[in-house]
Ligand binder design. Structure first.
Ligand SMILES: NC(=O)c1ccc[n+]([C@@H]2O[C@H](COP(=O)([O-])OP(=O)(O)OC[C@H]3O[C@@H](n4cnc5c(N)ncnc54)[C@H](O)[C@@H]3O)[C@@H](O)[C@H]2O)c1
Length: 343
């Protein structure tokens, strides 16, 4: 392989630190040369761990630095669009964590810049596409062996949320994964969507809706029902079942030992299986594969992973979901015509 791809990371929070470790320790053909964060101390701390450069809070300076060939954006959601645009202004490769942006209009600007460059430069962090469970579900669906998909029943449950979380972030930050993975699994585009307010959980008393139910219908009338709990109080629990004409496929639980024992000799009930609480663990292999594939495709000069178009479509559906809340109506998912670059 050619020389290591020299990466700079913006945002040294939970996933920024995780991707930094991942790239340095496990991804062939790449290394992290620099980090930055709005909070300079966060960048300094991460840089010190690996003996690399800290740009402190000078994220723009890091993007422009000639040593940095590619930028990984792992800062908070509302910052993604502006940083992607700055990376594209330097014509550098970009890996942007989900969501690509906070709304579809901003994604259009990103695509317009890529079209001007004439090349896909951005990959979006929809890592579930690299998860073995989802990949096997897609393979079975596409084989046609169990007939046409009719329904998807999915659930996305998180333990809790940090301060500042709002109802609409249940879509833009959380369900955005479901919006991507469902259309990817089916190979179908959305026709219309509706967000339904349902009975609220006792964990909800924090100013945002919890749960929310999101309904999507595809252009071929496959019906998708996603339960989103952003504060379930028990675990990080991701479920997905695709009901086809002659059978179903279901996302397997992550690898875990099932324990069976006499309830009277331990404090556990008779049968237990650990529940994950940390999203970093649930998709750890998918994140590894995702990052390896991105680096490989950068070396090949042709990105193959989830594109700005995919980030855009998820945001178009997300905008419609947020607009539909409280209307009791399905709202159309209207995209621009797909540019040749993304076909
Ligand atoms: N793909 C996934 O499954 C997945 C999982 C977790 C997080 N994410 C995404 O990754 C991003 C980071 O999430 P996290 O959990 O690490 O959050 P975090 O809050 O732990 O970290 C965010 C970091 O961004 C920094 N930051 C804030 N504003 C900034 C700015 N203007 N410029 C530069 N840095 C800034 C903060 O100081 C913080 O260090 C989010 O967009 C999130 O949606 C994706």
């Amino acid at each position: 392989m050619a020389q290591d791809l020299k990466i700079g990371i913006i945002g040294c929070g939970a996933i920024g630190k995780d991707h930094c470790r991942r790239i340095i320790q496990t991804v062939p053909g790449a290394t992290v040369v620099a980090v930055s964060d709005y909070v300079a101390a966060a960048a300094d701390e991460t840089a010190a761990l690996y003996g690399i450069r800290s740009f402190g809070n000078d994220c723009d300076g890091m993007i422009k630095d000639p040593e940095v060939e590619a930028v990984v954006i792992t800062s908070i959601d509302p910052t993604h669009h502006d940083y992607v645009m700055k990376v594209l202004a330097e014509k550098k490769w970009c890996f942007c964590e989900k969501p690509l942006s906070q709304n579809a209009k901003d994604c259009e600007e990103i695509m317009a810049k890529e079209l001007e460059i004439g090349k896909k430069m951005v990959q979006v962090g929809f890592m579930r596409r690299y998860d073995r469970g989802y990949a096997e579900m897609k393979r079975i669906i596409e084989s046609g062996e169990i007939g046409r998909p009719i329904l998807i029943k999915a659930a996305h449950r998180n333990v809790s949320q940090g301060p500042g979380f709002k109802t609409e972030n249940g879509v833009t930050n959380v369900a955005i994964h479901e919006l991507d993975i469902c259309r990817w699994l089916l190979g179908e585009e959305y026709k219309d969507v509706q967000c339904v307010r349902v009975r609220q959980s006792a964990n909800s008393n924090k100013g945002y809706d919890n749960p929310q139910v999101m309904l999507m219908r595809t252009q071929n009338d496959c019906f998708i029902d996603v339960e989103v709990q952003v504060a379930d109080g028990y675990g990080y629990d991701i479920q997905c079942e695709v009901v086809c004409e002659n059978g179903t496929v279901k996302l397997p639980d992550p690898y875990a030992v099932v324990r069976r024992s006499r309830p009277d000799v331990t404090k556990d009930p008779g049968e237990t299986m650990p529940i994950m609480t940390d999203w970093k663990e649930r998709f750890i292999e998918a994140y590894d594969i995702e990052m390896c594939e991105w680096v490989k495709s950068v070396h090949a000069g042709q990105l193959t992973g989830p594109s700005s178009w995919d980030g855009y479509v998820a945001c178009v559906a997300g905008d419609a979901l947020n607009a539909s809340r409280g209307t009791s109506e399905f709202l159309p998912v209207k995209t621009i015509e797909k540019p040749e670059l993304y076909k």
